[in-house]
Each structure stands twice: as C-alpha cells, then as structure tokens.
Design a protein around this ligand. Structure first.
Ligand code: SAM
Ligand code: SF4
Length: 340
C-alpha cells in the first residue's frame, strides 16, 4: 500500500521533551527476531511477532525520513538481531542517503553472527562504526550464555568488519559468576584488536525465565578491580549514547561504562526508540508509548506528525530499575523489542 507523503514542507519544530531535553538520537529495532537467545535478554522459547505486524522497509524508511526532518542526527539500527532481517541491506542504503544532509551518523548494534556477509555493504552505505555484543570469548561459555551460539561466526564477523574499515566497539554485559573473570582479559584483548569496550549492567527488562539477581554485577565494583591493575582516567569522549568513557593507562582502548543501575544517566538522555511494530518508546524502562503504525497506514506521514509531539510529552524524567529478590521486571517488554 502506498503511504501518503507529508503535505506541507514548512520547517518542522525540533524535538525537545517536556523537561527541555533535546532529542537527537533514534534507535530503531528493525526486528524482534534473533538467531541467539542470550540468557539476560530473551526467554528460551520467545514468541515473536507475526510478520504482518512488523513495519515494512518502506514504512521504516519513511518514519526515519520524518525523524531526520525533525532533527534526529544519529540513528542506530538494532533489534532483536538487525542482520537477520532480509531487507536490512536495502534499509541501510535507504537511510544512509541522508548522511551528510541532516543525518550525522548511521550505526548498528549486532551480535555479529552474520556480519561477515554484511560488513562491506554496511561500509559502502555509509556506516563507519558498529557495536558488537560479546559477553565471552570462550566458545563453551559463549554457547552457554547465548543458548547455542557459535563464537566462530562472531570472530568471522569481526574480521570482516576490520577488513571493511568499520570501527568496532565490543558490548559486554557484566554477569556475576558467568563472565566476571573475563572482564580484564576482554579489556586487554580489545586493546590488542583496536576495539573499544563498553561494559553494561544487566537491566530488568522482560521475563527471561531466569533470575537476574543471581548474575547482577554492579560496575562500581568492577571498575575498582580494573583500576587496581590499570589506572583509569575519565575522558570526555562521547558516542551519543549512555556510555561514559575512561582512558586506560598504557592502552589505547577506551573503556565505556553503561550503568543504568548504579549511576543513572537519564538527566541528559537524548534518545528515543522505535520498535519494529512502529511503537515509539521514550524510555527503555517505561511502558508508555505512542503507536505510529495505524496512523501511518491510515493517514500517511501527516497523521504521524502530531503523534511525535504527543510522544515527546511522554518522556519521563528517569527510569527506575531495581534488581533484587522479588523485584519485578521494570517492563514486560524484552530489550530485544525496544532495541538495545
Ligand atoms: N542482537 C544485537 C546484539 O546483541 O548486539 C542487538 C540487540 S541487543 C538487545 C542490544 C544490546 O542490548 C546488546 O549489547 C545486549 O547485550 C544488550 N542487552 C540485552 N538485554 C539486556 C538486559 N536485560 N540488560 C542489559 N543489556 C541487555
Ligand atoms: Fe539476540 Fe542481541 Fe538479545 Fe542476544 S542480546 S538474544 S543477540 S537480541
């Protein structure tokens, strides 16, 4: 079905929420599907959306156009696993056309299992950096955390990214009793590979069939252990997201910390998220959202514009995550639905 383009070319207002925060960063979850089942992210038997409920390539691209016109300068494609979506290459090319004219950066978060066959196309479409999730470099442990993943695929993807000229940041969720002994080796390995590293605290999003309390590892503790071996110094480097970076003495790797539990970063949040169903969530940790899909399908982009302003008013001051015995998940949605 053809979708009506906006009828007016008048200069749209920039995206500023009710607390004066300027929104410039859009994360789009292009699919809720994934070829892995990371223990902290998904349940083993996840129910995925029927395909007709998922936005088409054309619909995602039109909504991206609208957001760029409203002042979004950075887009991250994520999921689920973005590279399992069949038309991902075309979507990246389509959004990539805005680079240099409104859009400053188009990037991707991936588990890298299919990156070997996509890296060059991503680069050719204007992508310059990717985040790759890797919680363990040990094949058996990786298979355990991801419930069956083949780490060889990830290493092949990383090689292809390097060959294509993509900068890589590794995302590692810090998990007590699972990969805490691998954090320092991962930092040294990233340094040797020319990658950056961000450590992430596990967030209580959706039911995974497992108790997150058992494996929650506050990064305040981790950072002290790292600093005892390699002195750290905070640096101003930013990539537009929630990572706060440190220089590591004697190394070129930048160490990012994503600390939703121990150090809330909401005061300067610049992000909104769109699910593959066209729902706009203003915060990862809240259920409030605005649904664009029906409006887009029935009234085209003109019907969506007022919804953007409604969404802005919904952005809460902060998330309120708790992990502990009997603490319920902050949302029923998994991270893979909203897009990490
Ligand atoms: N499949 C891609 C990947 O794994 O990189 C993209 C989607 S994944 C949901 C994005 C990021 O969210 C990954 O780095 C993953 O480790 C992280 N993540 C998923 N669930 C999380 C949770 N409950 N708490 C913290 N990080 C989570
Ligand atoms: Fe898939 Fe990424 Fe979630 Fe792992 S973290 S299950 S790779 S969406």
């Amino acid at each position: 079905m053809a979708i009506a383009a906006p009828s007016s070319q008048s200069q749209p207002s920039p995206l500023v929420d009710g607390l004066g925060r300027r929104i410039s960063y859009l994360r789009i979850s292009v699919t809720d599907r994934c070829d892995l089942r990371c223990r902290y992210c998904m349940a083993e038997r996840m129910q995925f959306l029927p395909r007709d409920q998922v936005l088409s390539l054309e619909e995602i691209a039109l909504l991206a156009d609208l957001f760029i016109a409203r002042g979004i300068t950075k887009i991250r494609l994520t999921g689920g696993e973005p590279l399992v979506r069949r038309d991902i290459g075309e979507l990246v090319r389509r959004i990539g056309r805005h680079l240099g004219s409104g859009l400053d950066e188009l990037t991707l978060t991936t588990n890298a299992t299919r990156l070997d066959s996509h890296a060059q196309d991503l680069f050719d479409a204007g992508v310059r950096r990717v985040n790759v999730s890797l919680d363990s470099r040990d094949p058996a442990r990786f298979a355990d955390v991801t419930r069956g993943g083949d780490i060889g695929r990830v290493f092949a993807g990383l090689d292809a990214a390097r060959a294509a000229g993509l900068a890589v940041k590794i995302n590692m969720v810090a998990l007590k009793g699972i990969n805490d002994d691998e954090i320092l080796p991962m930092l040294r390995w990233c340094d040797s590979q020319g990658f950056d590293l961000s450590l992430i605290e596990t967030m209580p999003l959706g039911d995974t069939g497992e108790d997150r309390t058992d494996h929650y590892l506050p990064l305040t503790q981790v950072i002290d252990d790292i600093a005892a071996e390699h002195p750290l110094a905070p640096i101003t480097h930013r990539t537009g997201g929630p990572s706060r970076y440190h220089a590591v003495d004697g190394m070129r790797v930048r160490l990012g910390l994503i600390t939703p539990l121990t150090r809330n970063f909401c005061a300067d949040c610049n992000r909104i998220r769109m699910t593959c169903e066209g729902k706009i969530f203003m915060c990862l940790g809240h259920e409030d959202h605005v649904d664009f899909k029906a409006a887009l399908r029935e009234g085209g982009l003109d019907a969506v514009q007022p919804l953007v302003d409604r969404a802005l008013r919904l952005k809460p001051a902060a998330h309120d995550f708790h992990i502990g015995a009997n603490a319920p998940a902050a949302t029923r949605r998994h991270m893979s639905v909203t897009g990490g």
